[in-house]
Design a protein around this ligand. Structure first.
Ligand code: ZN
Length: 323
């Protein structure tokens, strides 16, 4: 086991090497490698003083680890566990493996680490010339079984029953739209309703129209598809899953991993948290071994993400979550 999983000093050195490859960076003035390490017992470990602005700082300033009473090596270990488990790791399991704190501490840590995993597909439109983007929508969440009998005990007629399931489908389950670059990255969207308007907005903002667009037979993509270099679809209702290289298997594969993880590992997820779990599965997809990223590098990317939240996390001290 790496020393930085069990030793605080090693964990700090590890984070410094990841976040400061060219020397300490002052979070206030941004200068690199112009700080003095404050030696001596009266100083916190890893405390630097910036020579230009004469202000002290450490590697955790502005990161998700700042102001945390959790030892740094526990953060490093928890990040490793979360980024290396294919389907995620439950807070209960995390709590057991970290061997400290409470279930609630582990739960908070996991959500902070998900924060660090945000934005793994970048901000640029996905795809591009010669590339395939698969778009698909799916539903996640509780689905109450539709009533099969009327209150007077007579069965619904087929048409009425169908209308009923659709109504349940949109009100009980949570629609998710995913765009997947074939052999590349995925970006997910938790939407209020998966309708044509929503899907078109997502595609317009997140996909390069130079790409070839592959979907299933859904009518949602037909109009927007005309703006792409190509739009081809497979007809799942006719058991067609691939025709030549036309398929939406990557998008469905993403949903399969997500649903297996959510069902098997996380079990419960309030609507308010769905996006955070999507971020987590997206992160692992976008840093998967097939893209040449190993476990250590993947955890490193999450640590860098933790620091990348420096600016966005800067807010009045009273609103800082105390994890
Ligand atoms: Zn400075």
């Amino acid at each position: 086991m790496e020393k930085f999983y069990t030793d605080d000093e090693a964990a700090r050195a590890h984070l410094e090497s990841l976040l400061w490859p060219d020397g300490p960076i002052c979070p206030r003035c941004g200068v690199i490698n112009e700080a003095t390490l404050m030696q001596g017992k009266s100083h916190r470990p890893g405390l630097y003083n910036c020579r230009p602005c004469d202000k002290p700082f450490t590697v955790t300033v502005g990161t998700i680890y700042e102001r945390s009473h959790i030892p740094l090596h526990k953060w490093v270990y928890a990040t490793h566990l979360m980024t290396a488990s294919k389907k995620g790791i439950s807070a209960a399991q995390l709590h057991r493996m970290l061997g400290f704190g409470s279930y609630r501490t582990a739960w908070f840590m996991a959500h902070r680490i998900r924060e660090a995993m945000k934005g793994s597909s970048g901000t640029a439109p996905l795809g591009g010339e010669g590339q395939v983007i698969e778009a698909d929508e799916s539903y996640y969440g509780k689905q109450e079984s539709p009533p099969t009998l009327r209150s007077d005990g007579t069965p619904f007629k087929t048409r009425k029953y169908k209308r009923q399931t659709n109504m349940y489908g949109s009100s009980q389950k949570r629609p998710i739209v995913v765009l997947v670059e074939r052999g590349g990255k995925a970006r997910t969207f938790h939407v209020a309703e998966a309708n044509r308007e929503t899907v078109e907005k997502i595609l317009a903002a997140n996909a390069s129209t130079d790409s070839r667009l592959h979907t299933d037979e859904s009518h949602l993509y037909k109009r927007m598809g005309k703006r792409f270099a190509e739009h081809a679809s497979v007809n799942h209702s006719k058991d067609e899953y691939a025709r030549g290289d036309v398929t939406s298997n990557s998008a469905e594969g993403f949903f399969n991993v997500f649903k297996r993880g959510m069902t098997g590992v996380y079990q419960h997820c309030g609507e308010a948290y769905l996006n955070r779990y999507l971020v987590e599965f997206e992160f692992r997809h976008n840093t998967r071994t097939k893209l040449g990223v190993n476990d250590k590098e993947r955890a490193g990317l999450a640590h860098k993400g933790a620091a990348g939240k420096r600016l966005t996390l800067r807010r009045p001290a009273h609103s800082q979550p105390s994890v």
